[in-house]
Design a protein around this ligand. Structure first.
Ligand code: ATR
Length: 283
């Protein structure tokens, strides 16, 4: 039986077991995907243990996405640049390789939701500079975005992100803007992404003025609880296209599954409803 897991701390809330076990069954793979809580101080010991235990791969979530790199034999190009790994595969020779599927997942979700009349453009405003933001910025760079404005409550983190990524990219300007000035840059953006946890159930909403934004600007959020955050609701109300964050979660998982099994599950209504129902049952 193929053993898989998601490792993190906390981990109880993770939806990954639900989704991957559904796909394992769907593709007739004899396997099991578990959620394993691993404390930061035991990361090395526990990862060694699960590999010895025969696991063929695992996903990584907060707070281990950066440190896991030091336990890998190889690291993919994108995860090296992004500085975070969310997927590990242990191959038949026992080589441990790290990947980042958040970047592919983010962009695929955007593409999947575009219709003929939509214009994705070349200029983006990225709100928040955590781990997810790095993957998103890299995916936009890879897909020919030319101007990426980044802003973060703690500006130092935005400055660090820029200096980390700048050395790997060309023909794309990453500009750090002050948190208080983000309203001024929104009208310039073709795509606006909330990568902070603002708007998630129980948290404050993202405060941003949408005055002067283009009719064609697309708004998206990585938060998917609720599916339509206050930020997305406001953008929709003024007539802009919105893309919710659930697709990014589903696609990053689908790409991880592809790394482990060579088959990339379709992200369809069935998989989306599976997660929506699970979220509703937890309310
Ligand atoms: P993820 O992996 O999902 O990106 P993360 O690395 O913890 O998670 O990043 C969380 C992001 O949400 C950060 O940009 C964080 O801003 P700070 O760097 O200033 O902490 C942002 N964030 C969280 N709470 C916030 C709040 N109340 N106001 C503004 N930004 C917030």
């Amino acid at each position: 039986m193929k053993k898989l897991a998601v490792i993190g701390d906390p981990i109880n809330h993770s939806l990954s077991p639900k989704l991957h076990n559904f796909w394992l069954k769907k593709y007739n793979i004899d396997g099991e995907y578990k959620a394993l809580r691993i404390d930061s101080k035991n990361l090395e010991k526990e990862v060694t243990r699960i590999i010895e235990d025969g696991y063929i791969g695992f996903n990584i979530t907060i707070p281990h996405k950066e440190r896991i790199k030091y336990l890998c034999d190889e690291v993919s190009e994108e995860s090296n640049i992004i500085g975070a790994i969310n997927t590990v595969h242990i191959n038949n020779e026992g080589i441990i390789k790290g990947y980042n599927t958040d970047c592919l997942g983010f962009y695929r979700n955007i593409l999947d939701n575009l219709s003929e009349n939509d214009n994705l453009g070349k200029s983006a405003l990225i709100i928040g500079c955590g781990g997810a933001s790095r993957a998103i910025i890299y995916s936009l760079y890879k897909n020919n975005f030319k101007n990426i404005f980044i802003t973060n409550r703690t500006k130092e983190k935005a400055d660090n992100l820029k200096s980390d990524i700048d050395k790997y990219i060309e023909f794309c300007d990453i500009e750090v803007i002050k948190w208080e000035e983000k309203d001024n840059y929104l009208p310039e953006a073709d795509l606006v992404v909330n990568t902070t946890s603002l708007g998630m159930g129980g948290n404050n909403n993202l405060e941003i003025s949408m005055d002067g934004s283009k009719k064609s600007t697309i708004f998206t959020d990585i938060v998917y609880t609720p599916l339509e955050t206050n930020f997305l609701k406001r953008a929709k109300y003024q007539g802009n296209k919105i893309i919710d964050g659930l697709g990014m979660f589903l696609y990053q998982a689908s790409y991880s599954f592809g790394i482990w099994f060579g088959v990339t599950p379709e992200v369809d209504k069935e998989s989306r409803d599976l997660i929506i129902n699970e979220l509703n049952s937890r309310k």
